[in-house]
Design a protein around this ligand. Structure first.
Ligand SMILES: Cc1cc2nc3c(=O)[nH]c(=O)nc-3n(C[C@H](O)[C@H](O)[C@H](O)COP(=O)(O)OP(=O)(O)OC[C@H]3O[C@@H](n4cnc5c(N)ncnc54)[C@H](O)[C@@H]3O)c2cc1C
Length: 387
């Protein structure tokens, strides 16, 4: 067994780390305080990330992608999240949107959308599944698409959609056959920004990741052409479930990045701050926090890399992706909590990055499937293995 990264993976990781340190870190706190004011700077960074090939990391080169694989995707998201979780999630979701198009799009859809997403011509993608009444149970969605001459008409409202403010293309799930059992008559559509009838709601007020866009997306008699249908009619729910598994590697990697940065900051602080006439790092209670949290981060990294490797090999990876997301996001929350604790009152102050990181990391146990849903997926797979 070989745990070392290939030369290409190391290079990509270094590029991402350098970009995060020089371009993302300097504006991360300002973006957190004033998301709208800093939006142009944030989007300029996303455009530069496109130039680096980071918006289509697992997309084939014939469609303009970097074709670097899922492990490279995980490495990039971790490095970006060390500096700015909001930018990292923007990139993670855009990669996921590109991957779903690559997986189930027609040749025409792939040739049209993927080069635009990878190059940043369409600066981001959005994944529109959740609704007010359908979160953990998206099969209960109410958004409908009705066939009309020459296309489809969409009606319904998606909620908390990442990147919606500036995405060029939206992957949207809607019920296309109400007579079928729940989750069966759902299809997937590609809707371009600016399509009449698609309305982007105001920015949500969130606990963290302020710099990432999260908005409602409403469809009011929104007509799309027949070729906006992506994948097989009425088979869209399976596509959503399958693609979410890949997305979970992204969110787990993001959680790992935030937590790694938080613990690295805390570790350094322990060596510099003195109390009782000694550096904090002399106190065993704090040493044990370091030992426990770094051990968990290492375990999270291995789970993520394993899930990424399985996906790259074309092997089943849903269980491992859920395990990796569950463990990475929960251990990352513990790491940020402890790192903040190591700084005492300073950790609670906005002049130090820990309070932002602790808010930013909180969502990772919720979006792209809550921890409870990951456990449900893992347990279902474990029991299925018995059959
Ligand atoms: C900032 C942000 C960005 C997001 N971005 C996107 C996006 O880009 N696209 C998108 O489609 N969605 C997005 N979401 C939605 C996100 O994926 C959902 O919030 C998430 O799936 C949970 O759904 P819910 O919030 O409706 O919670 P609910 O489903 O109402 O769950 C509430 C609680 O009940 C638990 N629960 C539910 N069912 C079960 C069960 N069977 N067993 C045990 N416990 C259960 C949950 O784990 C949770 O603790 C985003 C959300 C946020 C907050």
């Amino acid at each position: 067994m070989d745990f070392s990264l290939s030369e290409e993976q190391q290079l990509i990781q270094e590029m991402a780390a350098r970009f995060a340190a020089t371009e993302l870190a300097p504006i991360a706190a300002a973006l957190d305080r004033d998301a709208q004011g800093q939006r142009p700077a944030m989007l300029a960074n996303v455009a530069k990330l496109a130039e680096l090939g980071f918006l289509g990391l697992n997309i084939r080169s014939e469609y303009g992608g970097a074709e670097a694989g899922t492990l490279a995707f995980s490495l990039v998201i971790t490095e970006l999240a060390k500096a700015c979780a909001a930018t990292a999630v923007t990139v993670s979701v855009t990669n996921m949107v590109a991957e779903v198009i690559q997986a189930v799009g027609t040749e025409q859809q792939k040739q049209y959308y993927l080069p635009k997403l990878c190059s940043g011509e369409m600066l981001a993608g959005s994944f529109c599944l959740t609704e007010a009444g359908a979160g953990s149970d998206p099969a209960g969605m109410r958004t409908q698409a009705k066939a009309v001459e020459g296309g489809w008409v969409l009606n319904g409202t998606k909620q908390w959609i990442t990147n919606a403010e500036f995405a060029g293309v939206f992957v949207v799930w809607a019920v296309t056959d109400t007579s079928q059992a729940k989750g069966k008559g759902i299809s997937c559509f590609l809707v371009e920004a600016g399509t009449p009838g698609m309305q982007i709601g105001p920015a949500e007020h969130k606990m963290g990741q302020h710099g990432s866009a999260t908005n409602e997306v409403a469809f009011v008699d929104c007509q799309v052409p027949a070729n906006a249908l992506m994948g097989e009619l009425n088979q869209g729910f399976k596509v959503a479930v399958g693609e979410l598994a890949g997305g979970r590697i992204g969110i787990g990697s993001l959680a790992l990045g935030v937590a790694q940065a938080a613990m690295d900051y805390g570790r350094q602080y322990l060596t510099e701050r003195q109390q009782f006439g000694r550096p904090l790092s002399d106190f065993q209670a704090l040493q044990w926090m370091l030992a426990d949290r770094y051990t968990e981060l290492e375990a999270a990294r291995l789970l993520l890399w394993q899930a990424a490797w399985l996906k790259e090999q074309g092997l089943p990876f849903a269980k491992q992706a859920s395990m990796a997301k569950l463990y990475a996001s929960e251990s990352a929350n513990r790491a940020c909590y402890d790192a903040l604790q190591m700084l005492g009152g300073y950790g609670y102050m906005q002049e130090y990055p820990l309070e932002r990181m602790t808010r930013d990391v909180r969502i990772t146990t919720i979006y792209e499937g809550t921890s409870e849903i990951q456990r449900l997926v893992i347990a279902r797979e474990l029991l299925r293995e018995l059959q």
